[in-house]
Design a protein around this ligand. Sequence first.
Ligand code: ATP
Length: 911
Amino acid sequence: MKKTDLVENALRSLSEQYPRGISAEQMGQELYLDRSTASRYLNELVREGKARKIPGRPVRYLPHPPAKTEENSGKGAADSMSPSSRQASISELFSEIVGAQHSLRSVLEEALAAVMYPPHGLPMLITGETGTGKSYLAHTLYRIAAERGRLRHDAPFVAFNCAEYAQNPELLMGQLFGVKKGAFTGAVDDRPGLVERADGGALFLDEIHRLPPAGQEMLFYLIDQGVFRRLGETAMERRARVLLIGATTETPETVLLPTLYRRFSVKVTLPPLSERTREEREILLRRFLEREEEKMGVPLNMSDECRQMLLTYPCKGNIGQLQSDVQIACARAFLRHLQQPGPRVTVTVEDLPQTVLQEASEKTAVTTVEQPLPRNQGKVDQIPNIYEQLVHRKQMLRESGVDDARMMQSLEEVVDQYVRVLMQTSRQDVDDLSGGVRLIEPELYKLLQKAVSEAGVFLPSPVSIHQLTAVGLHIQALLNDPERRKNLSSLPEIPPAPAPYTRAAECIATHVKVRWGLNLPTREIRLIALILSPRDQERSPERRVAVLVAMHGESAARSMADVTNNLLGCPVIHAVDMPLHQPSSVAFERIKQTVRRIDQGAGVLLLVDIGSLTTMGEAISRELGIAVETVPHVSLPMVIEAGRKSLYTENRLEEIADAVRRAAQLPSILSNRPSNRIIATVCYTGEGAAVTLENWLREHLPDTDPDVTVRSVRIDPESRRSPLLEHLARTHRLIAVVGTVAPELPGVPYLPAWELLQPEGVGRLKQLLSATRTSPVFPSRSDRLTYDRIPSLVEQGLSETARHLNPRLFCRIMQKEMDAVREQFDLSADRELGLWMHMGTWIDQWIGVQLDGQTPECPQSESDNLPSAASPSDIRTWQRVLEALSQTFSVTIPEQMAIHLCGLSRRPPST
Ligand SMILES: Nc1ncnc2c1ncn2[C@@H]1O[C@H](COP(=O)(O)OP(=O)(O)OP(=O)(O)O)[C@@H](O)[C@H]1O
């Protein structure tokens, strides 16, 4: 409805109350417009011939032609407003609403005019993105209408979110309009609906577009004629008078029936937070903090950095999100305060939810890098993405409820580990090239040298080429990879390094900013200082076992090391070649120097071929005081095994040596015997789930297939590839890959781990075995899966694959909620295991999808379309589980999921 129409209608309905005409001021008071605006509209009506002016002081206006006397003109309600209340200004009336004087002024004027419209207000539609304050506005309007006499002072306010029952239209309509006994199965009594409860007051329907067309039509009649019927009744005999306020996040003209849409006389749109002024955002933040402070009963303050971030991050969920982000941050700070009491609670960036940091850094990343970047893309892949690791670790720890001190310690470990990898890679680079630096771009390296030499006068000890290369690798990875720049702020607080190194790091940051426009925040500068400072090397000793291959010949050792490093995708094997003409004293010296250089504090595994080389290890160990374990008769499989095992810091020197000796005895699975059958078990580490599965398969493989070898392999999390797996596929008959992650390996059947523990999975495996077998078949052993093993199996499975979900927490919720499902669907343990993994995997994906700002979608399966539809009680059972998961992980679960799960959990037809 246009404002002039509003004024015209008001002029007509008020003409009885003001028989001598209404002045612009009075009209303004009635409609909460200022005097000049009311006067402008009244004069427009005069020009259009819809009103006439009564000259005098003040000038008055009457409708033209004169209005008919209406019954129930709303006189009582209007009269009950005191003159002073009529004069209350918008900002007084909406004193709680931030923005009433600026961003929201015209919206509020219009909305107020609608609810105050005689006799009982006009139906109104509020649109706006989620969290812009639609519900809040609706409630405030109702309060004003009740306080100012447009509604009874004790009139009800009934709010209902139509999305809540949207998947069950019958239930939704019943909730809203009431139910006649017997209207549908389960309607055992006559039941009034919300419309009846709201009679005489306000009915707020959020997400009104989720009402089915029949419901929208009923609403239309309710607005238009004040009549409705309960579900199951045939005649529109019931009457109710409600002030209807609808709200939607959608474009209403495209989602509402045109009849209903048009029936909303007033439509207002609330602006998103990004369109509100900085001052308004500041007031909102202050107000939310005050509320939290009041709840805590302890003085509260916030660090400047944190405040700044809350005032500037995009905050896609608008005011609602800002409010909940503040609440979460305050709750975390309060928890810390309880553990370490002090005079006040201080909220810092550390307390902010991950989404805030992510959104903030996305924004920074977009704006900071303006210049062309050095390109050395291939090399970036060797550097782990510390930001992603931190985000992941933080989320896992938070969900597991660890305290802040442990969280900090754990994040520091991630940083330490990262610095170690940088240092190790830089050593490799520098050593292998006899002094040259090849992994980082020359321009970047020169710039680092320049920056450090500018600060050099202050440095107590010179920065080594390794340290500088490590810094270069880190910065280069940042410059080349936008994904890393997105999460810059996820670094934890790093303790400051001694001032000279911080100064050197600042110099580097300045040069990087000038050359590439990349702004390195304080934490980044501290990380660089940490790498540069000598203290770092003491703080983070390298703990991996180093592996050295030493062999007679021109290039045998080097080429074995190269093949292995290539297969493992990591430079883990060092090599010393011993040409036949070289005296063994020279070889001894070279090996000794190499051992000294590559030892990281966990010892060196020396793999040699024959002769004098087999005894050198012991002598070197005695001389250097470094643990050296020698394994002779080296072969490629042994080098690969050594490399694989040394990648994990938990493996000790003797364990790796033993594993390598065992590999020497086994029939070589790497020898070129393409007829040998092999099953690879895979996971992201090659050590966790892959090894468990390897053991499981060895135990469960039928005796009829003694030739099948099972081999655990690591899959690279980024590329989902594994050179070793590809190698096995070339050299063997790779009949299946079983694991927690599907590798990129076309043509080889993949069996997810959890499927293997279900009858279908075992069946598939048997088929694969029999299809590739040449000998006869014997029955296999039975699977002894019991219900109580499900949580630990699923936790283990998910911990290999889940990127966002906390597997333990997930299993805890499932343990609590699944009893009802098990009972209702009569689930066997193996089917249930499959369902747990299925759900865990999907929820993990949806959290990721949601973090990317997208909407989760329901998986599809053939059973979804089976004719035997799920019963309401089946759906409800699954809905309860999904609700618990949705709340715990703050993830929106697609509505269809419950039906999808009903399909999956339906008993298989008996055969
Ligand atoms: N103008 C405002 N001034 C002060 N607080 C506000 C304002 N607008 C919203 N809020 C606060 O933001 C919170 C979220 O607002 P609200 O729930 O009304 O948003 P919404 O648009 O209805 O969201 P949704 O579409 O998700 O239901 C409210 O609890 C309220 O405290």
